[in-house]
Design a binder for this molecule. Structure first.
Ligand code: ADP
Ligand code: MG
Length: 715
């Protein structure tokens, strides 16, 4: 039905232009509602005249006369150039793929033009401009919606479609926000907001419409989150059990936990103690824990999860704990640590991944289901269909950002309301913590184990790589070890990428040419697990000096003697990967180094020793800025915030980072204040009226019934 309505609206627009319809479909618009919710990016004020001579300050918006045409290039590559003037100067309009404008911009005719202009090739020019005829300018409100467009979909077509849809439907839109809030915050009613976001009567009205729709979107996001949190508490009574009392009554830790702590060669950090106490409180509570443990790379989260696991095992009757890591490499490392630290306490451990096969696996599963295993460490294989737990009381998910959130419910179904501890070394900015993890409690470890020195970071151009190799050679000579990380496994992996170093061929070069006196080994995701294990053991023992790798070493790997992390083509890695990779060094007492080598073609000048404010226009590519962030910051929380800002709200959504939420108009970073307000409002409502029965809240119940108008992919 929606599609039919749209087609009607579309025919009204008077065009049989299938490209436009295809364009709409491509951006996911297949209903009138979708069309109305395709909000403009911004509103252009075409009444505020900025003459050509002021092109440097902002956008030009001025009335001009066409004075001449010219052509750049030849044949099919020919590009039209239109020279125009107002009474302050002349400018050139470069019409890429718009040669048809030749007939429109007749010499002598007048237009209103606007767009960004630059001084280039001796003239003021723009290739990104828009225009209206004087008649159009006289008839318009002076405000022009700028839509995020797609190929084949031009702004005027879209505007006509939206106008028609508004005339037909806008009046019948019901408010989705409680009146009380609309009044309190001076927001618009829904029908007015939708009309004004597309065709406002003034810029302030547009802003209010935006504010309304942003708030509304965040409000319903928090409604979803809040309802989910309530749900979790409601249907989750935990089976009773008793915890043996602690030998020293003043200690917040249970006997087994106490014994583990006493066995450690170091003291817990304050952050670890607090996190462990918070977890203990949760696990002794009336409903299951759902806690996110955040702590920068190297802050010692693994140990906290072991303490939590003991708390699950120790009560009578005893429970089981499952610790899940995203890669086999990391799972194995955890299993080895657990064996070292927990087995001496009498804990029965096992290790389970997809690679544990046949007979061994059958025995293991039997022991798990009969409760003869206390703690199991592994990959997502821990939650395959055939794995049955006797009494799963705690699930730990390490490096949670590596797992899709959809897996969460599968995991939880393995036990009777098990406690959940998610751990993240990619710190989640507060705004995201309020959204994606909004129904969870959060513990943060802010301190690092004592004695760690911050990693010294250097940027180096590819052409200066020799200096980096020389430096690393000195470190190797002093008995230290190094990682070299590449964006590709082999040179046949990606076509059309020239001059890109890959792990396979560089392993050759590193061992033959660059460091012939040292042992280099290669590790990447396609190497089989036994081999990986052999290599990691060799590296851990110091028999291998250099590990050439892809970003498989990004998470978890813990070899304190490694002091150098060299990342080649660093500009190709995302900020969170870079931060994770750098976190592989600086884990011991000695000074460690991270070298970010970048290709000259992506960032033209030498960034080495530069401050961000010294970046030239050309250096300010996304890549250039990312590397500067790495140079200037070591705090993972700040890096994660910057990462969000660089990637923009669109990127937070959906795809690559499974589990993030797609929002339409709101941006959890920029609209953080709105987000907090929406959260407070929603949680206050849920507190008193969780069923939305009061008359002021019925609009919420109605809206939820009509189907949520945003996609909550990650929830
Ligand atoms: P992450 O939080 O990144 O998972 P890990 O749990 O891998 O960090 O810990 C990093 C390293 O720090 C490990 O070698 C671990 O043994 C060590 N460690 C953990 N806690 C402490 C502490 N309180 N004091 C000193 N070293 C610690
Ligand atoms: Mg870890």
């Amino acid at each position: 039905m929606f599609l039919r309505e749209l087609t009607q609206a579309y025919e009204w627009a008077g065009r049989k232009d299938s490209a436009a319809l295809a364009g709409l479909t491509r951006i996911g618009i297949n209903s009138v509602a979708g069309l109305l919710c395709h909000y403009p990016r911004k509103m252009e004020d075409t009444t505020r005249i900025v003459p050509i001579k002021d092109f440097g300050i902002s956008q030009i918006c001025t009335d001009v006369q066409v004075i001449a045409h010219a052509w750049i290039g030849f044949g099919r590559m020919r590009t039209l150039k239109v020279l125009v003037e107002d009474n302050t100067g002349t400018a050139a309009l470069v019409c890429f793929n718009r040669s048809f404008l030749k007939d429109k911009f007749v010499v002598g005719s007048r237009f209103r033009i606007w767009g960004k202009f630059h001084y280039k090739y001796g003239e003021i020019q723009s290739s990104d401009f828009d225009y209206e005829t004087p008649e159009e300018a006289a008839n318009s409100s002076g405000l022009l919606p700028i839509y995020p467009l797609t190929e084949g979909l031009k702004s005027p077509v879209l505007q006509r479609l939206v106008k028609h849809a508004l005339e037909e439907y806008a009046a019948s839109l019901d408010d989705e926000l409680p009146q009380e809030i609309i009044l309190r915050d001076g927001l618009l009613h829904k029908s007015r907001a939708i009309a004004a976001i597309h065709f406002p009567s003034s810029i302030p009205e547009f802003e209010t419409a935006r504010r309304t729709l942003i708030y509304e979107e965040l409000f319903y996001l928090e409604v979803m989150i809040g309802m989910r949190a309530l749900e979790r508490r409601k249907n989750a009574a935990l089976p009773p059990s008793t915890l043996p009392s602690s030998p020293s009554p003043s200690s917040p830790f249970s006997p087994l936990q106490q014994r583990l702590i006493e066995r450690l060669p170091f003291d817990l950090t304050a952050g670890q103690i607090t996190a462990a106490e918070e977890i203990n409180q949760d696990m002794d509570g009336n409903y299951p824990m759902a806690r996110l443990l955040q702590g920068d790379v190297g802050s010692g989260k693994t140990l906290v999860s072991f303490l939590a696991a003991l708390r699950a095992v120790e009560p009578v009757p005893g429970g089981q704990a499952a610790i899940m890591a995203p890669t086999e490499l990391l799972a194995r490392q955890h299993a080895e640590n657990a064996a070292r630290l927990l087995e001496p306490l009498g804990i029965r451990l096992c290790f389970l991944t997809g690679n544990v096969k046949a007979a061994g696996r059958a025995i293991l599963l039997k022991r798990l289901s009969e409760g003869e295993i206390d703690i199991v460490v592994g990959t997502h294989a821990l939650f395959s269909k055939d794995v049955i737990y006797k009494n799963l009381r705690l699930v730990v998910i390490d490096e949670q950002h590596r797992f899709g959130v959809t897996q969460r419910s599968l995991i939880m179904s393995k036990g009777k309301n098990p406690n959940l501890l998610m751990m993240s070394a990619t710190p989640i900015p507060r705004t995201l913590a309020l959204t994606v993890f909004g129904d969870m409690d959060v513990s943060v470890i802010r301190d690092m184990p004592p004695g760690r020195k911050p990693v010294k970071t250097h940027l180096a151009k590819e052409s200066n790589e020799k200096k980096v190799y020389d430096f690393v050679r000195k470190e190797l000579a002093a008995g230290r070890q190094a990682y070299f990380v590449y964006p590709l496994i082999g040179d046949n992996e990606v076509q059309n990428v020239k001059d890109l170093k890959d792990a396979v061929s560089m392993t050759e070069r590193l061992s033959r040419e660059i460091f012939p006196n040292y042992k280099t080994a290669l590790i990447h995701s396609k190497i089989d697990e036994e081999e990986k294990q052999r290599i990691m053991n060799g590296f851990r023992k110091g028999e291998i000096n250099i590990l050439a790798a892809t970003s498989v070493v990004e998470v978890g790997v813990d070899v304190p003697n490694a002091s150098c992390m060299v990342i080649e083509h660093a500009e190709r890695f995302g900020l969170s990967s870079l931060h994770q990779l750098r976190g592989r060094v600086g884990r011991g007492q000695d000074q460690s180094y991270c070298f970010l080598i970048y290709s000259d073609q992506n960032i033209p000048s030498d960034l080495f020793g530069k401050k961000p404010e010294e970046l030239s226009e050309e250096d300010r590519t996304k890549e250039g800025k990312r590397l500067m962030v790495m140079l200037e910051n070591s705090d993972g929380f700040i890096i994660a915030e910057k990462d969000l800002i660089f990637r923009g709200p669109g990127q937070i959504t959906g795809t690559e980072q499974s589990g993030y939420i797609s929002l339409g108009i709101a941006d959890p970073v920029n609209d953080a204040a709105e987000l907090e307000r929406a959260r407070t409002d929603v949680f206050a409502i849920l507190e008193t009226d969780p069923g939305f029965l009061l008359s002021g809240h019925q609009c919420i119940a109605e809206t939820l019934k009509r189907a949520p108008h945003f996609s909550s992919a990650g929830l």
